[in-house]
Design a protein around this ligand. Structure first.
Ligand code: ADP
Length: 476
């Protein structure tokens, strides 16, 4: 055996006797005994002390509760994950606005108090409605200042930030509209938001139905209507409610003008391949010029309605329009939209006051506008309409082919227009119409179609009175 193995084997003599003589208690052992006794008495003291046991009990209870709370929390998280389902709609998503509109309507449509039964059931239903309907609304205002200085605003009420509960197709849905505190949408300056919908896992199918319904509602609201978009930061936002389409026949332009433009636009819209084959940017610019009140804007609106297009109105005189924003806006036009640059001359009136860096357009520069116009190169077609009352003030660079392909004078009322407008208002009054046309032409002053419309509106259903009032057309 090795030394090491030997070391581990004890010799019989080493084994201690089973009953060793009790050693005399040393002083240290005595001390230990005393301490033990002391400890025991302390233990007895604590055990018999009701305050201490109560405290100890409380502590135990606290620990138990904390553990219980943890278990409940984890359990509820687990249950939440197993039983509930969330749907997140970020503010960047198209469904976001649809959903808000849908919900604003849904909460209004909840059962009105009169239709509730009386008694306990009625009160229960009232309570349900109280929780189901949105009492925290926020307002979305669209605002536009017109060239004549007037201002129009439109308000729509949507559910505000916070939690809302709604019942939809038998499922309870919690809607949580949250703003993410610090994050900003740099493109619009608005805070980022998300809407989280939560419902029971078994009801998850309602999300799809709900979104489809919200989408169908948005589409229906736009059906037969024209959406007007205005710029909002670098984004396009619908301005107010979609407008009812204006019929092309309701805008009376001089003989053949309307037809000419319509044929040209429709031909353009069918020529995508032609443009692509020749590598030409697929866009077409139209300039409608002429005195105010001759129907330029009305015609563009009617044309958009006829094509089933929307209109994006860009105000070039806007103070905080920069070249970058202008470029971004013009290159990010919503699908199936006509870009309308109204009163394009007014943006250039200030050019004398500008520095050498180029003609200043309030915020954006003239060269910025040209660049933006030329840069509009997308596979999607671009129809750009410009209107002006003063074509002579326009820089030739702006209206050269490629930027403006079609120019049309939309003038004061011609004989043809006076006749057609009269008969549109007073159907069948042909003999009065002849006299009316003669009298207006004899006035010897240009009369705008808007003036005529004003006269006819004033004399609704009274063609003879309209005839008598012709001299009033002379005074502006
Ligand atoms: P413009 O853009 O040329 O200044 P608008 O289109 O704004 O003119 O017309 C102003 C008003 O006059 C509108 O209410 C429009 O209905 C009416 N109006 C003007 N011209 C015509 C026209 N040619 N046919 C029908 N209505 C017209």
């Amino acid at each position: 055996a090795t030394g090491i193995a030997g070391a581990s084997v004890a010799s019989p003599t080493d084994v201690p006797s089973p009953t060793p003589p009790a050693p005399a208690p040393s002083s240290t052992q005595q001390q230990q005994q005393q301490q033990q006794q002391h400890g025991n008495s302390l233990g007895n003291f604590f055990a018999s002390n009701p305050y201490f046991t109560a405290g100890f009990g409380l502590m135990g209870l606290g620990v138990g509760l904390a553990a219980g709370r943890q278990i409940i929390l984890r359990g509820s998280n687990l249950l939440y994950r197993q039983l509930l389902v969330d749907l997140e709609i970020p503010s960047k998503d198209k469904s976001y606005a649809w959903f808000l509109d849908w919900m604003a309507r849904e909460s209004v449509a909840l059962s009105p108090s009169e239709s509730r039964p009386k008694g306990f059931r009625g009160r229960l239903l009232a309570l349900r409605d109280l929780y189901s309907s949105s009492h925290h609304l926020s307002v979305q205002t669209t605002y536009k200042q017109h060239d004549n200085g007037s201002v129009s605003a439109d308000f729509s009420l949507v559910p505000g930030p916070g939690k809302h509960i709604l019942r939809y197709r038998g499922a309870y849905i919690q809607v949580n509209r949250e703003r993410s505190g610090r994050l900003m949408d740099l493109t619009s300056g608005a805070p980022f938001e998300t809407i989280t919908l939560t419902t029971l896992y078994r009801d998850r199918g309602v999300f799809k139905t709900l979104l489809q319904e919200a989408n169908a509602m948005a589409v229906k609201m736009q059906e037969g209507k024209t959406v007007m978009y205005v710029s909002w930061g670098p984004e396009w936002r619908p301005f107010g409610q979609p407008r009812r389409k204006r019929l092309l026949e309701s805008v009376i332009l001089d003989r053949g003008v309307s037809e000419r433009i319509c044929v040209d636009v429709k031909d353009f819209l069918q020529s995508g391949k032609w443009y692509a084959d020749r590598g030409i940017p697929y866009r077409r610019g139209y300039l409608l010029y002429g005195p105010p009140g001759s129907g330029k804007s009305s015609f563009i609106q009617a044309l958009a309605g006829d094509l089933d297009y929307n209109i994006c109105i860009l105000n070039l005189s806007e103070q905080n329009l920069t070249d970058d924003r202008l470029n971004h806006l013009m290159n990010h036009i919503p699908e199936r939209s006509i870009l309308l640059l109204e009163d394009i001359d007014s943006a250039f009136n200030k050019r004398e006051q500008s520095d050498d860096s180029g003609y200043k357009l309030s915020g954006a520069t003239f060269s910025g506008l040209l660049n933006a116009l030329d840069g509009v190169a997308s596979s999607e077609e671009r129809i750009i309409f410009m209107t002006t009352n003063h074509p002579d003030k326009l820089d030739p660079a702006l209206i050269r082919p490629g930027r403006v392909d079609v120019r049309e004078l939309i003038d004061n009322a011609s004989e043809y227009q006076i006749r057609r407008m009269f008969l549109r208002f007073y159907e069948g009054a042909d003999s009065v119409c002849d006299r009316f046309v003669t009298r207006v032409t004899e006035l010897g002053v240009p009369v705008s179609t808007a003036q005529l419309q004003g006269l006819f509106l004033y004399n609704k259903n009274a063609p003879d009175r309209a005839l008598e009032m012709v001299p009033y057309l002379k005074s502006p």
